[in-house]
Write a protein that binds this ligand. Structure first.
Ligand code: URA
Length: 425
């Protein structure tokens, strides 16, 4: 039977829901071995799937485990997902910001994938912060304070955990229907009423260009619509790292700066844009009113107060947040305009000095990371600081860091941060 299904996909025939259910349950119970599953995943990666097949696969994966029931929490629950990027710390700012307006935020987040750090790893940089709430604790905390961020439960879409682990080592991550069903099955299982997806495009992202990103966005909004969940995909730039600080504890510091009304412009602009959609979808406010409300919450201290409340509820102690003690200042060897800061390369450097994992079991070094002193578009003179590196003992590859920067004589044309929005029609 599995051979027939692999052969069907090889011949570009449509797989039925029964085929997909057979494959997913067989893979989970071990009757379909990795090599046959890998073969099918590669056939899907090469030949793609119809929208109906992708919807069926999402449904089968969604039903492979438990679903979180948020119905006891009053109000419209709007979830947010990011496809992941270097320095992407938006959830940690956005969730308390939106919750501070009385919109419940029940957020399940993940750990790092590849070079991009995960929200859960970043929150674990706060000593004591509990990231493994039980479902009851999670629902109770959102009911009481309107906000909780926790790691996914073991039984939430187990099919995705098993299939993703195999995709990661078989060159089958970059398949639009496989990505769409992986993301949407988890979002649907997390129980929110509406979904906002920050779909990253660029060098440091899963989607290298806008054409591919738009295909993924249309598919995810179609899947959301099938379940009656308004889904909005916002396509945003990820050629350069978001914000200035990259590394777990450093990123928490930067989140606190933005929540207190400061912080770098790009991260603040992105947070305000995503917040505008979440607030609009959660309350029906106009986009304009939603944006004004979000700006107000960052400047009046309420978003920060909600963040502190969440940290206290989950056992975290912000006074013990620490970054690595050795700080190296890396100076520019050229004079000119910074025309690019390669997000992928910066991610690789930060990963190398210990902020990410190469294996599932690796221990993260929460205190290490980099802080960009200059961003794209700024002028730098030879000998002026470009970046600070926070380390313990590792050798520092200075040339690798300098290679992340492109410095030229002429000022660059800056990319927009937001490329476009695709919504379920
Ligand atoms: N993120 C996911 O959750 N799934 C994918 O397949 C890719 C990125």
């Amino acid at each position: 039977m599995i051979i027939t299904i692999i052969d069907k996909k090889r011949r570009r025939k449509r797989l039925t829901r029964e085929d997909l259910a057979y494959v997913v349950s067989g893979f989970l119970d071990g009757t379909i071995p990795d090599y046959q599953m890998a073969s099918l995943l590669m056939a899907i990666t090469i030949h793609g799937m119809t929208t109906e097949e992708a919807c069926d696969l999402t449904d089968v994966m969604l039903h492979s485990g438990e679903r979180i029931d948020l119905s006891a929490i009053p109000g419209i629950k709007v979830d947010k997902h990011s496809t992941g990027g270097i320095g992407d710390k938006t959830t940690i700012i956005l969730a308390p910001l939106v919750a501070s307006l009385g919109i419940p935020v029940a957020k399940m987040s993940g750990r790092g994938l590849g070079l991009t750090g995960g929200t859960i790893d970043k929150l674990e940089a706060i000593p004591g912060f509990r990231v493994s709430l039980s479902e009851t604790e999670f629902v109770n905390q959102v009911t009481e304070i309107g906000l909780a961020i926790t790691g996914g439960t073991k039984n939430l879409v187990p099919a995705d955990k098993a299939i993703y682990a195999l995709r990661d080592v078989t060159g089958t991550v970059a398949s639009i229907p496989l990505i769409a069903s992986s993301i949407m099955s988890k979002k649907l299982a997390s129980g929110a009423d509406k979904i906002v997806i920050d779909l990253k495009v660029g060098k440091g992202a899963l989607m290298p260009n806008r054409i591919e990103a738009e295909k993924l966005a249309y598919l995810m909004t179609r899947i959301g619509k099938q379940y009656g969940k308004d889904t909005v995909c916002i396509l945003t730039d990820m050629d350069e790292p978001l914000g200035c600080k990259i590394g777990n504890a450093l990123e928490i510091q930067e989140c606190m700066e933005v929540l207190q009304g400061g912080g770098p412009k790009d991260i603040k602009d992105l947070v305000l844009y995503l917040a505008m959609y979440m607030i609009h979808m959660g309350t029906g406010m106009s986009y304009e009113e939603a944006r004004i409300a979000a700006i107000e919450q960052l400047s009046n201290g309420e978003a920060y107060a909600k963040f502190e409340e969440m940290v206290a509820c989950q056992g975290g102690d912000l006074s013990r947040l620490t970054v690595a003690p050795k700080v190296f200042s890396i100076k520019s060897t050229k004079t000119g305009f910074i025309t690019a800061i390669d997000a992928y390369k910066i991610g690789a450097v930060v990963h190398k000095i210990g902020a990410g994992r190469s294996n599932k079991e690796d221990q993260i070094d929460y205190g290490v990371g980099v802080e960009l002193t200059k961003k794209t578009g700024e002028f730098v003179t030879e000998g002026e600081e470009l970046v600070k590196v926070y380390l313990h003992e590792h050798d520092l590859a200075m040339q690798e860091i300098l290679d992340c920067f492109t410095i030229t004589e002429h000022a660059p044309t800056l990319h927009p941060l937001i490329y476009g929005v695709i919504e379920s029609d």
